[in-house]
Design a protein around this ligand. Sequence first.
Ligand code: FES
Ligand code: FES
Length: 127
Amino acid sequence: MAYSDKVIDHYENPRNVGSFDKNDPNVATGMVGAPACGDVMKLQLKISDGGVIEDAKFKTYGCGSAIASSSLVTEWVKGKTLDEAAEIKNTAIAEELALPPVKIHCSILAEDAIKAAITDYKSKQDK
Ligand code: FES
Ligand code: FES
């Protein structure tokens, strides 16, 4: 399967790989799995008290498209509010990376990871 140049770039030079302390009250953690292939993606957001995403890190155990999708979203979410980040659509990720149809679920994984992280953050705030 041929990967696009952008996928290869993110795959070979992934941005923001790593993790934050998940017990930090300003850290949101989204962990999602793809039923289609068993890949797992962990996305963490560091959120300011004002509700802006200051930093993001990911760890993805999966294919090149999943790694590229998560790398890309760590760049996209920085500086966004949670509401703005929630608007990021998998179709935009797939388009940016020129993902072929069989790899669309990899971009859905990245969208789901953002949503899972936001849900985690909101449940932390409620405590
Ligand atoms: Fe699971 Fe991509 S199919 S690694
Ligand atoms: Fe399954 Fe990419 S996440 S093939």
